[in-house]
Design a protein around this ligand. Structure first.
Ligand code: HEC
Length: 681
């Protein structure tokens, strides 16, 4: 029963979200507490009882792509967001849909980032009676938490100038913080905005990249940053350096820590020889939350040729370090090292790599600067290719880590995807050799793998690790029941013992899991919530769509709730029958040309490398109907599906389009011959 006092308490908790630890009936911030630890003290479901964990209910979510921001819970409702700026509110007791919101993403014009960004939506923020949501085409919305009605709507960036939004808004101190993405176009200049929660009025903007020095920068901080770039580079490219995901608001120090993406162009050879740290790319920047003033920055990856962004989860903790209680920033950026920094000053405390790293020989224990490994600088070795680990996917990407105060361990969803890099400008985006983007096939030393790693931030060493069946896996939840929970593309939702890594429980959801789980107490019972659904778009730009599912994970998008002794059954779903491709096998020569064009025009960015498994909103091209095959040119060159998110490619000739079509048809035959089932959506 919800008494008036309980409602009021829940309401209070949300409005002061970030200050006090969350009430256990709510999960108010993506990371639950202000430190973004993805931890709940709840312990009814624990290492002993977890064997009795079962499904309480499931709710189908009307989204073709899976949801990846973990569920937020307030006063009996679960809030989630999904691709194309949709927001869903469900009853936490039954899963019943309470309301939904559609941002009606606008695909007008040829703004590629809006298309691409609309397929990612990494979650929501709650504060008081409001839900804050974003859309790929740059809108930031304040919605009424009970009805979903729009309270205000601002354009937080310009989709016509190569901006999009992929990250979740963050809240604190009466403000909403919003970053943006350049979708690897290099055509936009990253920044973070703060808006008044009540009115939507912009309070401040902090640019994460300066203007080119020759164009003049208007503050000491931007002038300092301007000097760190090669002359003229920012006139040609605007640098990217966007804040496309992690930002953490710290109510104790009144700080916003922002993780910044890598510089553009990707290859340092194109960024001038006079370049320095190219601020604030690949850095964490601490900004005064109420005013937007710069406080400190820490540069993680100088001379970045691999897009080793620092946009990953920024966690806070109060740890005893050399006998002193210290508030620290913890991060595993893409670059393979785990960093501990002093949250107040940005001073480097320690770093160590949790997986093998090729781009650096180590980190200087005093300064925290990497010790470069020149042999790995592919741009300095024309005519060769070299293996990079981590590659541009990173050793860790956007998926949430978790911290457990009982074990003092940080849990990392780690990725091992070494990538061949080449100085050949024709290689896929900035040096990545596209064909070989999936680990070094055939060589066991470089075989792609995924790990769940338990890391001790005080000793910078691994406590345990579990090898997972696939390289890219879901975000994490840790609980007071000595548990760590994680799902993956094989559809299994697993519970591990937080202290030993022993797998204690596993449930087959029949659909890929990339989102982290959340947990709350409802009517005295602990409930674990997790979203499942096609994660091709969520899995780092769809290039890696083949790692996003297995033939066993073909179900619809769903929100699942688990509790002890739950015995609901997952509703059945049907997948369409495997049908014969509507056109015969095409000439290998034509298909080969098509494959090159498919790569050059970045079709893979939405439809998956090798046209495999993209599915969801962008559909799996291998299962296109006879009608679609007839309309192929009209769709691809003419833009007849423009309003549904499929850009026009007017630069392609009809012959080019036929070649791409031939390539896709042959891929369809390959799938047909291996009996690969299509998906439910
Ligand atoms: C920014 C994302 C994006 C890119 C890049 C992209 N597409 Fe699409 N594509 C879509 C979406 C979204 C749809 C689904 C439209 C709809 O609902 O019919 C689609 C649909 C299609 C369809 C129709 C599929 C069907 O079964 O109905 C074809 C064919 C297609 N795309 C080909 C291509 C080719 C070829 C390229 C590269 C030249 C490409 N696309 C690049 C997003 C993209």
């Amino acid at each position: 029963m919800w008494t008036a006092a309980a409602w009021a308490a829940a309401f209070l908790q949300i409005s002061s979200a970030g200050a006090a630890p969350a009430d256990d009936t709510d999960w108010p911030l993506l990371g639950n507490n202000a430190q973004m630890q993805h931890y709940s003290p709840l312990s009814e479901i624990n290492e002993k009882t977890v064997t009795n964990l079962g499904l309480a209910w499931s709710a189908d979510v009307p989204s073709l792509d899976g949801l990846v921001g973990n569920p937020l819970v307030a006063a009996g409702a679960v809030y989630q967001s999904g691709p194309q700026g949709r927001v869903y509110a469900n009853d936490v007791r039954s899963g019943r849909l309470l309301w939904r919101f559609d941002a009606k993403t606008n695909f007008e014009g040829d703004a590629y980032p809006a298309y691409k960004s609309s397929r990612f939506n990494r979650g929501l923020a709650l504060s008081g009676d409001r839900v804050f949501a974003s859309s790929g085409d740059c809108h930031l919305f304040a919605l009424n938490r009970r009805s979903g009605a729009v309270l205000w709507d601002v354009l937080a960036c310009d989709p016509k100038r190569s901006y999009g939004i992929t990250g979740a808004p963050r809240v604190g101190g009466g403000l909403v913080f919003m970053g943006n993405a350049c979708a690897d176009t290099g055509q936009s200049r990253g920044y973070v905005d703060a808006y008044d929660q009540e009115t939507g009025r912009r309070r401040w903007r902090f640019y994460t990249v300066p203007k080119d020095q020759s164009e003049g920068n208007d503050s000491d901080v931007m002038r300092m940053a301007g000097k760190s770039w090669g002359a003229g580079v920012l006139k040609r490219s605007h640098g990217c350096g966007s804040a496309w995901d992690a930002m953490t608001y710290d109510p104790v120090l009144n700080m916003l820590y922002v993780g910044v993406d890598g510089p553009w162009p990707w290859s340092p050879a194109e960024r001038g020889t006079d370049r320095g740290d190219e601020l604030f790319t690949d850095s964490i920047v601490a900004i005064k939350a109420d005013t937007g003033e710069y406080v400190w920055h820490f540069k993680e990856t100088p001379d970045d040729g691999w897009n080793l962004s620092a946009t990953m989860h920024i966690m806070l903790a109060d740890l005893d370090i050399e006998g002193r209680r210290t508030r620290v920033v913890l991060q595993a950026p893409k670059n393979g090292f785990f960093y501990v920094l002093d949250a107040k000053t940005g001073k480097f405390i320690s770093a160590n790599n949790y997986l093998p790293v090729t781009w650096a020989l180590g980190v200087d224990p005093q300064s925290g600067r990497p010790i470069p490994n020149r042999a790995a600088n592919y741009w300095e070795h024309p005519g060769t290719t070299s293996v990079a680990s981590p590659g541009p996917t990173g050793s860790h990407n956007w998926q949430a880590m978790a911290f457990n105060p009982a074990t003092n361990l940080v849990y990392i969803p780690a990725i091992w995807l070494p990538t061949l890099m080449s100085p050949d400008p024709k290689a896929f985006v900035g040096g990545m050799v596209f064909d070989e983007y999936f680990g070094m096939r055939g060589d066991p030393k470089w075989r792609a793998a995924g790990y769940l790693i338990a890391w001790d931030p005080r000793t910078q060493s691994q406590r345990w690790r579990v090898e997972l069946p696939s390289p890219i896996n879901g975000g994490l939840l840790s609980t007071g029941g000595n548990l760590v929970m994680q799902g993956g593309p094989d559809g299994r939702f697993n519970a591990y013992a937080a202290d030993s890594g022993r797998r204690l429980w596993s449930f087959d959801t029949h659909e890929s899991i990339m989102a982290a789980a959340s947990t709350v107490e409802i009517d005295g019972e602990q409930v674990i919530l997790v979203s499942v659904g096609n994660s091709a778009s969520a899995i780092i730009g769809t290039y890696l769509a083949k790692f996003s599912s297995t033939p066993a994970t073909r179900g619809p998008t769903r929100l699942l709730a688990f509790k002890l002794n739950g015995h609901a059954a997952l509703p059945p779903f049907s997948v369409p029958p495997i049908s014969k491709p509507p056109l015969p096998q095409q000439s290998l020569e034509l298909a080969k040309r098509g494959e090159t064009l498919y790569g050059e025009h970045n079709c893979a960015g939405c439809h998956g490398a090798e046209a495999e498994n993209a599915s969801g909103v962008a559909k799996d091209l291998r299962f296109a109907s006879a009608q679609t095959q007839r309309e192929f040119s009209a769709i691809v060159i003419g833009g007849s599906r423009h309003d549904r998110g499929m850009p026009a490619f007017p630069d392609l000739t009809p012959e080019d389009a036929s070649a791409i079509q031939a390539y896709i048809i042959n891929q369809a035959w390959a799938a047909y011959n291996t009996d690969l089932p299509p998906r439910a959506n």
